[in-house]
Design a protein around this ligand. Structure first.
Ligand code: BES
Ligand code: ZN
Length: 884
């Protein structure tokens, strides 16, 4: 018997086949006591769950995983029952207790379970994290990561987001250790055995995936700038780097309380830096956990990107305190309500606190681009995707839930106006506080606030896979629009092209933006005031691509220089042209022409898009003849080098973030593509650094300088590798270590590639960081081949290190395969996995294969076109003939 949840409107029942607990019992309150043991790496636990019997039955099922149940009893109507059987079903991770009498409907009862769990090293459930203390000794802390379905590893429970309960947590630990949980401390007692027992106040009703507790040697810094105490905890000595995140947290909580009109309901906010952490951060209510580098900030050693990432992560997790924690999705197909919203909200607040960063401009080349990229694959999925099994849930923490989710929120917020949008959000949060929602609840609140029918405009966007490309044809002032599904592989079948999206066209003309055109038929015709200038998708506010005629595209390229187009528009034109070349709607030579016309561009964001477009051609041509690859490299260098020379690579006091980013980008693209001046400068910095001057390289340039040295050093960076390896071993903090680790793989020297890959699997690199060295190695062709061989050789070990239940394995699969560009290579990849269980990463694999297929058909289509362009522009000699 399975719980089926109603309310999913539309024709398909997304709840069908969903693995959920039987609905005969409802949890009300949990009382848990846990004692981690740092010698045997396990923990003793007791949980007493107050439940209500909602349907008469003899059975109670709870979720549990890798937990040994020692003793179970049920107190009901003054009696104590023990189960006659206790059966564990590994497949669905549940434990079913059967009693010999029927539990009457309506009765309240308490189910008490004593158990032992594993304090594992897999970064899931209640797990151990290790670090070296000041004396170089290995120390452990115990911490948790429950989302999405690992609370069941820490405590037998009803592990579903809709089954909210209150929690009273007690931790037993050595006296000198710090104990933390979601709530503040209620009582601390010394025990006879020399330990202490720390009890925390009862939580408000909350979902299991938000439960958290930590035991370890931790120090903190605190701020009183918010109405409640905010603390940042870290291992001793590292709490000194807490100032930036404390400050931003205080400002953000204050801002969100005002924007949401609902106070943060818990008595404190703790944020903790954890040495081993699978994601970037986790929004546990009142006790947010982070990767060290995503929380602690050292202004002396950190790059501007690092600073922005910390700001983003902190604001994202704080947004979840409302969106996710206070109001929670009913089930995981509503994940986007959590992640899409937290993403949108973090941009909204970054924009408030750091107007100079112009984050909404950057949004187009960041979130919008990654949404359109993944969603252009056949193997993408709708935002609201049915997830039935545990192994499916982890896989939807992807660019669809985060980036497409936030992109459609950005779209609707612009359509309604930000103020109206926030007003609707406020009403939604008030109405559903401590409850669970479905997507329709959000649309209802926005409809109420705006007086517009938001649901009918938005439902298609969350329920259907993909997005449209609008083909524009012109007849004087009459502009004809036609929408079709966009696929990167350019092979849309009629049955895949049935969706008609309600498109907020956003027509930009010299008169301004017409926001009112919503187009939901296959074709339509609009009128423009003059044919000199118009652009669709003003500021790239909507989720679609635009296909213009070559003449119009050329005109738009010219308008880019005359101030008629915003940064978002300029980046958007480039992004669309890139995607349309990939999929054969346009010629790649037209893209190259367009890009070449942007030489006078001044915006960092547009330059980032330009370099991304050329890099994407280069990555499709990764296995093309050397001459062609060198030619593309030279083109990319020629685009960027003048800017690098003009701006220089000194960072001055007064440089704002965007200036720093532009200098960094120009230096990096020019240098890595062979500009002699930049290379010389980088080699100079590297030499000083190698001689012991740790500050010889500016933090913004550190990675690039390592990369240039490894790429252009003698014998492909043979010796330079040791210097960067030392930078990894002796980095002053995790950020410095990571940068070195990420760039080590840039050396194409075969011995160095081997050493880098061996390092990834050695005990010197934490499992959480395995992907870092891989990302460097896959940056070139030699490495891309090496990494696939390495992956196959070490497959068993990788599976052991990164269990399929975590999302990291999927990323590694994708990193090790998606660089290929031919059908043969794709076949080799699928052959390898043919007889393997791809549970937990089947989506990543399918997406990788789609990505390869898209590149293969792109090259087949435009190989000659690109060759000709390179000849016409003197990047290839006229007589060049590719060898077969
Ligand atoms: N809820 C997630 C953490 C998470 C991710 C849990 C995957 C389980 C599986 C958290 O809010 C999050 O999204 N973190 C991001 C940071 C953010 C700035 C996008 C992360 O971990 O990178
Ligand atoms: Zn999140």
């Amino acid at each position: 018997m399975c719980r089926t949840m109603d309310g999913a409107s539309g024709s398909v029942d997304i709840t069908q086949g969903r693995e959920v607990l039987p609905s005969n019992v409802k949890p009300l309150h949990y009382d848990i006591e846990l004692e981690p043991n740092f010698k045997d790496f396990n923990f003793n636990g007791t949980v007493a769950i107050d439940i209500e019997i909602t349907e008469a039955s003899k059975e109670i099922s709870v979720n549990s995983l890798e937990i040994e149940v020692k003793e179970t009893k049920l107190e009901i109507n003054g009696k104590t029952l023990t189960p006659t059987s206790s059966i564990y079903d590994e497949d669905i991770q549940t434990n079913k207790f059967t009693f010999d009498e029927t539990l009457p409907e309506g009765a309240k009862a308490t189910l008490t379970i004593k158990f032992v769990g594993i304090l594992n090293d897999k970064m899931a459930g209640f797990y151990r994290s290790s670090y070296k203390d000041a004396n170089g000794e290995t120390k452990y802390m115990a911490t948790t990561q429950m989302e999405p379905t690992d609370a069941r590893r820490a405590v037998p429970c009803f592990d579903q987001p809709n089954l909210k309960s209150t929690w009273s947590v007690t931790l037993i630990a050595d006296k000198e250790l710090t104990c933390l949980s979601n709530m503040d401390v209620k009582e601390e007692k010394d025990l006879d055995n020399g330990k202490k027992s720390v009890s925390f106040n009862k939580t408000p009703p909350m979902s299991t995936y938000l439960l958290a507790f930590i035991v370890g040697d931790l120090k903190y810094k605190e701020t009183n700038a918010f109405r409640l105490p905010i603390r940042v905890y870290a291992t001793p000595g590292n709490e000194q780097y807490a100032d930036f995140s404390l400050d931003i947290a205080a400002r953000t909580l204050t801002f969100y309380e005002k924007e949401f009109g609902v106070d943060y309901p818990l008595p404190k906010m703790d944020m903790v830096a954890i040495p081993d952490f699978s994601a970037g951060a986790m929004e546990n209510w009142g006790l947010i956990t982070y990767r060290i580098v995503d929380l602690l900030y050292d202004p002396k050693t950190a790059s501007v990107d690092r600073k922005q990432r910390i700001a983003e992560v902190v604001q994202h997790e704080l947004a979840h305190q409302w969106f996710g924690n206070l109001v929670t999705m009913d089930f995981w197909e509503g994940l986007w309500l959590n992640e899409g919203f937290a993403t949108w909200m973090s941009w909204y607040s970054m924009n408030e606190f750091y107007p100079n960063w112009k984050v909404w401009e950057n949004y187009v080349v960041d979130n919008l681009a990654s949404a359109l990229n993944l969603d252009g694959l056949r193997s993408s999925h709708p935002i609201e995707v049915p997830v039935k099994r545990v192994a499916e849930i982890n896989q939807i923490f992807d660019s669809i839930s985060y980036a497409k989710g936030s992109s459609i929120l950005r779209m609707v917020s612009k359509y309604l106006g930000e103020e109206v949008f926030i007003k609707g959000v406020r009403a939604y949060l008030k109405k559903h506080a401590y409850g669970n929602t479905q997507t329709t609840d959000l649309w209802a609140a926005l409809s109420e606030a705006s007086g517009k029918d938001v649901e009918s405009a938005m439902a298609t966007w969350t329920k259907k896979i993909g997005y449209p490309v609008i083909t524009v044809t012109e007849d004087g002032k009459k502009v004809h629009l036609k929408q079709n599904r966009y696929l990167k592989t350019a092979d849309v079948k009629p049955e895949e092209d049935e969706t008609l999206w309600p498109i907020f066209v956003g027509l930009k003309t010299k008169d301004g933006v017409d926001e009112d055109i919503v187009f939901e038929t296959r074709e339509t015709t609009i009128e423009v005031p003059d044919t000199d200038f118009f652009k669709l998708n003003a500021d790239q506010s909507a989720v679609y691509r635009t296909l213009y005629s070559p003449e119009r595209l050329k005109k738009l390229g010219e308008s880019a220089k005359t101030g008629l187009l915003s940064v978002e528009d300029r980046a958007g034109i480039l992004g669309d042209a890139g995607a349309l070349a990939t999929s054969g709607y346009q010629k790649t030579s037209a893209l190259l022409d367009l890009v070449a016309g942007f030489k006078e561009e001044e915006s960092y964001v547009v330059w980032a898009e330009i370099s991304a477009r050329v890099s994407s051609i280069k990555s499709a041509w990764l296995f093309a003849p050397q001459e062609e690859r060198d030619a593309l490299k030279q083109f990319q260098c020629d685009l960027m080098a003048p800017l690098a020379h003009k701006l220089g690579w000194e960072f001055k006091e007064g440089d704002d973030e965007l200036t720093q980013q532009l200098k960094t980008l120009a230096f990096s693209i020019a240098g890595l593509n062979g500009d002699p001046k930049v290379i010389e400068a980088a080699m100079g910095m590297f030499k000083k650094f190698a001689a012991g001057d740790l500050d010889a390289i500016h933090p913004n340039l550190r990675g690039t300088v390592y990369g240039i040295a490894l790429q252009y050093g003698e014998n492909q960076g043979e010796k330079e590798w040791d210097v960067v390896y030392n930078a990894f071993k002796n980095g002053r903090n995790n950020d410095e270590k990571n940068v070195a680790l990420r760039w080590l793989g840039r050396s194409k020297n075969p011995e160095n590639i081997k050493k880098t890959l061996a390092l990834a699997l050695s005990s010197e690199v934490k499992d959480q960081d395995i992907y870092q060295p891989i990302s460097g190695v896959r940056s070139h062709r030699e490495g891309s081949e090496a990494i696939w061989a390495w992956f196959q050789e070490n497959y068993e070990l990788l599976i052991k290190k990164l269990p399929p239940g975590l999302s990291m394995l999927g990323s590694v699969v994708s990193m090790c395969t998606s660089n290929f560009t031919s059908d043969e290579q794709a076949r080799e990849v699928s052959d390898f996995f043919k007889n393997k269980d791809t549970k937990g990463f089947d989506r990543a694999l399918a997406q990788s294969l789609d990505t390869i297929a898209a590149k293969a058909s792109w090259i087949a289509r435009d190989k000659k076109d690109v060759e000709k362009w390179l000849k016409d522009n003197e990047y290839l000699p006229k007589e060049y003939q590719p060898k077969l």
